[in-house]
Design a protein around this ligand. Structure first.
Ligand code: PMP
Length: 442
């Protein structure tokens, strides 16, 4: 256990501490829980990258909640903006108010020029569901191409177009018209190839998939710029650009799910900026409110033109409190140059994690960009056999040493490296130190 006085983190008792234990017990007796695996820590407060638990322990956070707190936990400017709005007005539905209008203006001013309209919702699933609805409505067709391993949420359309079994299994037939193709998961290539020699075989295979499955009603394609929930799987450079080219060649719409990848996470404000793409629709969530529940879809004004009155509406979407958050988050992203910080600290962390992985016996792959990286935990680097149990062990050991990490992945064996984008060098170094100690002790 780390006790040194000049360290940021301190964990005084083996986890869970007594207060965390009591709270976790009360919780399990009141709320229906089907959560994934977490370290047994009950959070009391969080500021920036630092989390305090109810037992007085102090952690560095590599989870950002679940890639939400991009501007840092409880950024003072965000907290102040939300407080001010809450004191004035909480909901006025579709009446105009200054917060919602200013939030929409600020958002479309920040997006690539061709995306000149936004619409506010509350969750990422709603945003992806809305994107699917828009593609169908605009084209009058109903088939959507999605990808193996994609996660767009748990509502029927989002789950159906997604390519993970977790939100679908046991729920009967998914939505009609969802067509799935392989995503380039180069560490475990479906075609047993390598990025150097494959020539983006996954894309060539798209034609085959469509030939075999489409009944002639293709509306569009929905893609994550990298697969988030499936394990932070990044496609080779150029894949997204070529995917758009493919969509255009087929005369269908091209939409991106940037619920997780936007707001500076990859080291640019939008992940789409790494490629030469002009999507028709982009879904936002998580970082847009950085802890305040809100989401949005971005689109071209021509797309909105297809809709009639009342077709796109939501009780809480664009409420004044969330809108105040949208404005404050955008101000912080810009004034603190958070995408630049994500790129700078992310590069440093990736270099260090790559070195640690080389020394360790269980990290098969380190991948990612900016401040979203995955450590793929395997039993054997040659066989690449996934070990979710070891990933759980790493989560617990890290927490006991002052670092909070989470886990994702098709096999549940990928450690999430996703700290708030305000992380500084000192916090990065101390947390890397903890990770090194844990990984090299296994
Ligand atoms: N899309 C992506 C890429 C996501 O990562 C998530 C959440 N993990 C969602 C959609 C769904 O967002 P929410 O949980 O807010 O509905």
């Amino acid at each position: 256990m780390l006790q040194s006085r000049d360290r940021i983190t301190s964990v005084n008792t083996p986890l869970p501490g007594p207060n965390s234990k009591a709270l976790l017990e009360r919780w399990s007796e009141a709320e229906a829980q089907t959560f994934g695996f977490q370290a047994p820590v009950a959070w009391q407060s969080a500021q920036g990258v630092i989390v305090h638990d109810v037992d007085g322990n102090v952690f560095i956070d590599w989870t950002s909640g679940v890639l939400v707190a991009n501007v840092g936990h409880c950024h003072p400017r965000l907290v102040e903006a939300v407080r001010e709005a809450a004191g004035k007005i909480l909901n006025c539905y579709e009446y105009a108010n200054e917060y919602r209008v200013a939030a929409a203006e600020a958002l479309v001013q920040t997006t690539p020029e061709h995306l000149d309209r936004c619409f506010f919702l509350s969750t990422g699933s709603e945003a992806t569901e809305q994107a699917i609805r828009l593609m169908k409505r605009y084209t009058g067709c109903f088939e959507i191409v999605g990808f193996h391993g994609a996660f767009h949420g748990r509502t029927p359309g989002a789950a159906g177009v997604g390519g993970m079994s977790m939100p679908k299994k046991g729920y009967g037939p998914p939505i009609a018209g969802a067509i799935h193709a392989p995503y380039p998961y180069c560490y475990r290539c479906a075609f047993k190839s390598t990025p150097e020699k494959c020539g983006l075989m996954c894309l060539e295979f798209l034609d085959e998939v469509v030939r075999a499955n489409s009944c002639g009603s293709l509306a569009g394609v929905l893609a994550e710029p990298y697969l988030g929930t499936a394990g932070f799987i990044f496609p080779p450079d150029g894949w997204l650009t070529e995917l758009e080219r493919w969509a255009r060649a087929h005369g269908i719409m091209f939409s991106l799910d940037e619920v997780q990848s936007s707001y500076g996470r990859t080291g640019k404000m939008w992940a789409m900026e790494w490629e030469n793409v002009t999507p028709d629709i982009v879904c936002l969530g998580k970082g847009i409110g950085s802890g305040v529940p809100t989401s949005a879809v971005l689109m071209k004004s021509s797309v909105v033109g297809a809709l009639g009155p009342g077709e796109m509406s939501s009780t809480a979407g664009g409420n004044p409190l969330s809108s105040a958050a949208v404005i404050a988050v955008l101000e912080v992203m810009k004034s603190e140059r958070l995408p630049d910080n994500a790129r700078k600290i992310g590069n440093m962390m990736k270099e260090c994690l790559t070195w640690i992985a080389e020394q360790s016996r269980c990290v098969g792959d380190v991948r990612g960009k900016g401040l979203v990286m995955g450590l793929e935990i395997v039993a054997d680097k040659n066989t690449k056999e996934p070990t979710p149990e070891l990933a759980k062990e790493i989560i617990v050991r890290c927490a006991n040493n002052g670092l909070l990490v989470g886990r994702v992945g098709i096999f549940g064996n990928v450690i999430r490296v996703g700290p708030p984008l305000v992380i500084n060098e000192e916090e990065a170094e101390e947390s890397l130190d903890i990770m090194e100690g844990v990984l090299l002790s296994l």
